[in-house]
Design a protein around this ligand. Structure first.
Ligand code: FAD
Length: 425
């Protein structure tokens, strides 16, 4: 039985490792377009590899998997974050769970994850510098496979210098910001969800005659709420003002949940920021009234409910001089301040990459696959795992977790199929 894995990334290499242990006799060939396997894993988490998450703060999977949460829920029954941690620990990788629930190797070195997987893959053949150009179905007339209608499905893999036939093919080529990245699958006639980027930061356009928010670069608001005007998209968390606009967990999460909507709008939208982590306007007004009453002789610039630089910026935006005495502020100005703290609007004028840590929203549609086995419905024997599928997550180790889970499930599915229907080695 011959298996080809296309893509030596997280999902492909984990699948190869698990499959090799389940069926050591199987010939596994891994095709990789890059010069080395696991090149992306080596740079994940800034070289530290945030390999999973404790999920302790995840109430529902749709919080962290904007696309594919139902699939992940189903697959986690077979292999979840705890299984992942257990697996790596059994391989001798000591892990640490950070306060923010992200899981890293204790060594803080992604290369430990890379070398663990490479060790697990021993006995597989890895062909680097081999971009797969085509996966071609070729039906043979063998009658030994009753489970798939008396037909033995086989597939030819073509690269520029190799052409070989396989019984099973696992496609794990990761995300691709353009659908042309999936052209090697053309002859399979699959349903594709137009790929668009996810996990990005927002460029904020400067308004004429106004101080630019980007002048506050480096300011961090520990708990902000960010939303998009005219939609239900909202997210909370730390927000960072950068020299091009806004970033930080609240923005990245928002970009992930609204990835497709923002792409459709060509990244032109209105960002609504609540600088007090979602506190209601009425509450903010009450808080301001109380602070002003208690500090009537002080200057308004000194009683900042948010970081001072940002407070002064907002006062400036509302044309309230920071050196005005609190007692001099009228109800109208207090109302304006409350409204701005709860819903401050900015014009998004584009997107920028976050430390190159983008992922792809879209790809091979989940309608093509059996959600228990990840096998292609149209082409038995072909499986998909990882970011190539229309599954992606926010930051925090959830994307790699999806890759491990799917890689594991595919290996088990191939193993199970082989047991039901042994194919000659
Ligand atoms: C800089 C960066 C940092 C990240 N950090 C984290 C993190 O800390 N935690 C986290 O959870 N997620 C992180 N992510 C996301 C995570 O790395 C991916 O979601 C994950 O690697 C997806 O795994 P995969 O196996 O599906 O794809 P990949 O790991 O991308 O692997 C796909 C492989 O297929 C190869 N390939 C593509 N096309 C072909 C072809 N036609 N023929 C042969 N080979 C091909 C590619 O070269 C690649 O090696 C990060 C992403 C980036 C870009």
């Amino acid at each position: 039985m011959k298996t080809a894995i296309i893509g030596a990334g997280a999902a492909g290499c984990f699948c190869a490792t698990i499959l090799k242990r389940l069926c050591p006799e199987v010939q596994i060939d891994v095709y990789e377009s890059g010069q080395k396997p696991l090149q992306k894993v080596a740079i994940t988490g800034g070289g530290r590899c945030n390999l999973t998450n404790s999920f302790a703060e995840v109430k529902s999977l749709n919080q962290v998997y904007p696309r594919g949460y139902n699939l992940m829920k189903r697959l986690f029954k077979q292999f979840d974050n705890k299984s992942t941690m257990q697996w790596f620990e059994n391989e001798g990788v000591k892990l640490t769970v950070q306060e923010d629930q992200c899981v890293f190797p204790q060594s803080q070195n992604a290369m430990e994850i890379v070398s663990t997987l490479l060790r697990g893959m021993q006995g597989t053949r890895i062909f680097c510098d081999q971009r797969v150009r085509e996966v071609e179905p070729c039906l043979s007339s063998s009658t030994n496979d009753e489970t798939i209608g008396n037909k033995n499905y086989k597939y030819r893999i073509n690269t520029d210098s190799r052409s070989e036939i396989y019984d099973f093919v696992v496609v794990t080529t990761g995300g691709s910001p353009k659908s042309s990245g999936l052209s090697f699958l053309e002859s399979l006639d699959l349903e594709i969800v137009e790929p668009v980027p996810s996990l990005f930061t927002f460029n904020i356009g400067n308004e004429k005659g106004r101080q630019a928010i980007t002048e506050l670069m480096g300011v961090v608001v520990e708990q902000a709420e960010a939303g998009l005007a005219g939609t239900k998209y909202k997210s909370e968390g730390p927000l960072l003002i950068t020299h091009w606009g806004m970033s930080g967990p609240a923005i990245l999460k928002l970009s992930s949940h609204a990835a497709r909507w923002l792409a459709e709008k060509d990244y032109q939208a209105t960002l609504c920021v609540n600088w007090l982590g979602g506190m209601k306007e009425d509450k903010i007004r009450e808080m301001l009234q109380q602070a002003i009453a208690e500090n009537s002789k002080k200057q308004i610039g000194t009683i900042h409910p948010i970081t001072q630089r940002l407070w002064h910026y907002l006062l400036n935006k509302l044309e309230i001089a920071p050196d005005r005495r609190c007692a001099e502020l009228g109800a109208k100005q207090i109302n304006k301040l409350a409204a701005t703290l709860s819903n401050d609007n900015y014009t998004i004028s584009g997107q920028s990459r976050f430390k190159e840590e983008f992922v792809t929203c879209g790809g091979v549609s989940l309608s093509n696959i059996d959600t228990n086995t990840l096998e292609c419905k149209k082409h038995p024997g072909i499986y998909f795992a990882g970011e190539i599928l229309d599954v992606d997550a926010i930051t925090g180790g959830f994307n790699l977790q999806a890759a491990w889970t799917m890689g594991y499930v595919v290996a088990q599915s191939i193993h199970a199929k082989k047991l039901i229907n042994p194919i000659d080695n």
